[in-house]
Design a protein around this ligand. Structure first.
Ligand code: 5AD
Ligand code: SF4
Length: 469
């Protein structure tokens, strides 16, 4: 057996799951069954929820906007930071009443939180009205689990500890008609000392290159214009395939797919950003001029304690190389504030990196202690007050830089991909530049999914306003 075959779910198993889809559809026949899914966390979870939605559609369920009138409620959870977990418990508590009113209601919880045994135990003890608990590795078994729950009426718990298998060919119902997420790899091998992801998402597993190209080809035929390739560390793509495959090669392949106009990807780890990948971003017309390259912290001491495997200087050199090779590239980052032991001087280094790189955008997070990770054991936890103070300081710096970068676009013409109506408006449409900047403009529905040119006539920190030309 090749390395690959050991991780791909066998076709017979997929067929078996599809049989469960049809069995449930028959049970639901003639009944108006509705579902709702609440998704927490990253785009990968959003993409998993699209898969759940695809399976639910085949089971005969339609989506409801309201939790209260649903027959099947799913919480797809995240455990990267504590506040996402607390929200889930809050929601689960409030469902008790609904379950009392409708005993046939199926309540399911899945996703990263469920890969932690103490969470599952807590839910089993404290939220007895939950019917179905499953994890991240066996999402494709959802049809069988729903069927078992319907038949037995008992709580079904199915969590796989080891890194899961990759299931191809399961149904999917995507949220958007212009942009699509495509997961290219699962898991992470990096074990940054603050992060729970490697424990709950398992080791790195790449999808086959052909499977990805096929998925994107179909998306192109369906009229999708933009894809975002997802993975915890996309730069490692292919390393487990045992063939001469890399993320850069995947980009060159996808660049040829008809219909697709833009390719984005996230997330990249600085230690794995190869020259080959930098050249691929530069040379592939469809790969957007934007790189999300989380720095996490500026201080070399903190980076070492985070197990990031680069120094402040190495990160800055890498950014210089990227800028030199890809002029005009926009850059974004993730930053953690208040990692254990972070001193004021360490934090100054983070501010310094921000000033030197001049990111277009930064996602800043307060450090959240995650049980089971090495950093959680540190006795040098930073107080909430200090974290909040540093957060405000960083935000001020980033807001200024973002505005200054955007100001340079005033009066300029840019190309945007039109995504749809902007929130709370019937006439204002919204799109994004290749560099991932939001542009609002007066337009019409036939422009959705098209690349149009606009002149920027107003600039804000987080968005731009323009006029069609
Ligand atoms: N606390 C705060 N932020 C975290 N992240 C990951 N783990 C934690 C944590 N324990 C952030 C990192 C990562 C992003 C997705 O979430 O910045 O890049
Ligand atoms: Fe977490 Fe680090 Fe892996 Fe990103 S690279 S998912 S921060 S362990």
């Amino acid at each position: 057996m090749s390395k690959r075959e050991t991780v791909v779910v066998p076709q017979e198993e997929i067929v078996r799951q599809k049989e469960f889809l049809h069995l449930i559809r028959e049970l639901n026949l003639g009944k108006l069954k509705k579902y709702s899914i609440s998704t927490f966390g990253c785009q990968m979870n959003e993409n998993d929820s699209e898969r759940l939605a695809g399976m639910l559609a085949e089971m005969g369920y339609t989506e409801s906007q309201k939790t209260e009138d649903s027959d099947l409620i799913i919480y797809n959870t995240c455990c990267v930071r504590e506040n996402a977990e607390l929200k889930v418990y809050g929601h689960l508590g409030s469902l008790k009443r609904l379950k009392k009113q409708n005993p046939d209601l199926i309540i399911a919880v899945c996703g990263c939180m469920m890969q932690q045994p103490e969470v599952v135990e807590h839910i089993k003890q404290k939220y007895r009205h939950v019917d179905l608990i499953f994890g991240t590795h066996n999402l494709y078994k959802f049809p069988e689990l729903v069927y078992s729950s319907m038949m037995s009426g008992k709580t079904i718990v199915d969590i796989w500890e080891s890194s899961g298998f990759i299931a191809e060919d399961m149904p999917i119902e995507r949220k958007d008609g212009v942009k699509a997420w495509v997961t290219v790899m699962y898991g992470c091998n990096n074990f940054c000392s603050y992060c729970i992801v490697p424990y709950v998402r398992g080791r790195e597993r790449s999808r086959g290159l052909k499977d990805i190209v096929n998925e994107v080809t179909v998306l192109g035929q369906q009229g999708y214009k933009e894809i975002t390739l997802l993975g915890q560390n996309v730069n490692s793509y292919g390393k487990d395939l045992g063939e001469d495959i890399s993320f850069a090669k995947l980009l060159y392949e996808l660049n040829k797919v008809d219909g697709i106009e833009r390719i984005r990807f996230m997330t990249s780890h600085p230690k794995d950003l190869s020259d080959e990948l930098i050249y691929a971003i530069r040379d592939c017309r469809k790969v957007c001029n934007h790189l999300h390259l989380p720095v996490q912290a500026g201080s070399t001491k903190v980076l070492d304690e985070m197990n990031r495997k680069y120094t402040k200087e190495q990160y800055l050199e890498l950014i210089a190389k990227v800028k030199e090779n890809i002029p005009g590239i926009s850059l974004s980052t993730d930053i953690i504030i208040g990692f254990p032991g972070e001193t004021e001087e360490d934090f100054d280094d983070t501010v310094d990196v921000m000033e030197k790189v001049r990111y277009d955008m930064a996602y800043t997070f307060l450090y959240s202690k995650r049980t089971g990770t090495p950093a959680a054991k540190s006795t040098e936890q930073v107080s909430d007050d200090v974290k909040k103070h540093r957060f405000d300081r960083l935000l001020e710096v980033q807001n200024r830089i973002s505005k200054e970068i955007n100001d340079e676009l005033l009066g300029k013409e840019v190309e945007i991909l039109v995504e749809g109506l902007s929130k709370n408006s019937n006439t204002t449409y919204t799109g994004r530049t290749e560099t991932n900047k939001i542009v609002n403009f007066k337009g019409s529905s036939e422009l959705v999914g098209k690349l149009v040119r606009v002149r920027i006539d107003k600039v804000q920190t987080w968005s731009l306003e323009g006029t069609l030309i």
